[in-house]
Design a protein around this ligand. Structure first.
Ligand SMILES: Cc1cc2nc3c(=O)[nH]c(=O)nc-3n(C[C@H](O)[C@H](O)[C@H](O)COP(=O)(O)O)c2cc1C
Length: 209
């Protein structure tokens, strides 16, 4: 009988522990879900970077940190080789694409959760004084109505030119663009990126006809 009681007690305890464990697990799951909801970023930094130095990639990484946003790389289906990037060759892939405003090089990646973002920083290297055509491909994949888009770039010295206006007109006319955006050369510090972002927040979106 003593043995039976002990067995019963152990079984009851086991059941209780099971119940306790289940409740604890549920609580943990709930707090994890709360955490995820809190850290769900509304700002996206999407960038394309092609040269071996990956200049734009570095700036984009720092910018994502400065704005506490998510980072997304626009990856071409066909990676650009050094020959593809030769702007001295009129037959190189980049020259051919940039001469054709309708060129839309395919992308290999897609932002699955675009709906969660309200502000998108779009970064690219300046090619022939404007944005590479793959940025058009990227933008045209989504419904961007009402989202704020802020372009940034790196370059060999050129400014933003009409890159933002060109992108807005051709590929995301319904978005609220803050233009002209900014060339962020010289690997700016996180603090200086934060200062730029603060000025962007005060700049009204523009409409381009
Ligand atoms: C095809 C091509 C065209 C370019 N055209 C320009 C240009 O018009 N003006 C400029 O200042 N730099 C130009 N550059 C230089 C890039 O904008 C610069 O090196 C940039 O920082 C590269 O960024 P990435 O490393 O992220 O690709 C060009 C580069 C390439 C490959």
């Amino acid at each position: 009988m003593k043995k039976m009681t002990a067995l019963f007690a152990a079984a009851a305890c086991g059941l209780m522990l099971g119940a306790c464990g289940g409740a604890q697990e549920q609580q943990q799951q709930e707090s994890k879900a709360d955490e995820a909801a809190q850290t769900k970023h509304t700002v996206l930094v999407a960038y394309f970077s092609a040269s071996e130095a990956h200049v734009t990639a570095q700036v984009a990484k720092n910018l994502a940190e400065a704005v506490d946003g998510d980072l997304f790389e626009i990856v071409p289906e066909q990676i650009y080789t050094a020959e593809d990037l030769d702007w001295n060759n009129e037959k190189s892939r980049s020259t051919v694409e940039m001469k054709d405003s309708a060129a839309r090089p395919a992308v290999a990646s897609k932002v699955e959760n675009m709906g969660q973002y309200t502000t998108i920083y779009v970064g690219f290297p300046i090619w022939w004084y404007t944005a590479p055509r793959i940025i058009n491909t990227f933008l045209e994949q989504y419904s961007l109505k009402g989202k704020t888009i802020i372009p940034f770039a790196t370059s060999g010295g050129s400014g933003m030119g009409k890159s933002g206006e060109d992108l807005k007109k051709a590929s995301a006319p319904d978005a609220n663009w803050i233009l002209p955006g900014k060339v962020l050369n010289g690997n700016p510090s996180i603090d200086s990126l934060k200062a730029w972002v603060a000025t962007m927040k005060k700049t009204p979106a523009v409409s381009v006809k």
